[in-house]
Design a protein around this ligand. Structure first.
Ligand code: HEC
Length: 152
């Protein structure tokens, strides 16, 4: 084999190796988690947009809420203990006395004209921002939770 053939063989091997790609390998080894990671990133991006359109007026950009009127989402025990309940509040609104991190709130939160997918995105956003770590909110769960919302 002459030098040129060796060199081109080397190039072919390199090209094949890079086609294999390491991310492809993780996808095969652990398909669910890497798909969820990608979806989590997508939902965070979409959720941030929905949040600034529909939620930030009251709950504020930093998620800390506003005085005694609007409860915080950042570090909210009420949010993090029941995501099904949170999905219903986001979709249908709520106006009853609730206690968030030891403080009582009772103002009206109106419902939102958004799809279940958008609820999944914005709930994923608020559950994974400002130090919250709730993980991905799949749209199948959201469908189930919203079907089961209590009538107000
Ligand atoms: C008009 C102001 C307003 C807007 C807009 C609004 N909220 Fe609320 N939100 C409230 C109020 C007031 C409450 C408390 C309701 C109660 O007392 O039942 C609340 C409660 C909540 C709760 C449960 C309590 C907590 O702090 O964990 C969540 C979760 C929530 N809102 C998320 C959202 C999301 C997400 C959006 C945007 C899609 C949104 N809200 C838009 C005013 C608002």
């Amino acid at each position: 084999m002459n030098r040129l053939t060796k060199a081109s063989l080397f190039v072919i091997v390199l090209a094949l190796a890079s086609c294999g790609g390491s991310s492809d390998k993780t996808e095969k080894e652990n398909p669910t988690s890497s798909r969820d990671e990608i979806r989590l990133k997508q939902y965070m991006v979409q959720g941030a947009k929905i949040y600034s359109t529909y939620c930030a007026n009251c709950h504020q950009t930093d998620g800390k809420g506003l005085a005694a009127l609007y409860p915080p989402l950042a570090g909210s025990d009420y949010l993090m203990e029941d995501f099904a309940r949170a999905a219903c509040i986001i979709k249908n609104g709520q106006a009853k006395e609730i206690v968030v991190n030891g403080v009582t709130y009772s103002q009206l939160m109106p419902g939102n004209p958004i799809t279940n997918l958008e609820v999944a995105e914005v709930l994923t956003y608020v559950a994974n921002s400002w130090g919250n770590e709730g993980g991905l909110m799949g749209v199948k769960d959201i469908d189930k939770w919203i079907d089961a919302c209590e009538e107000e």
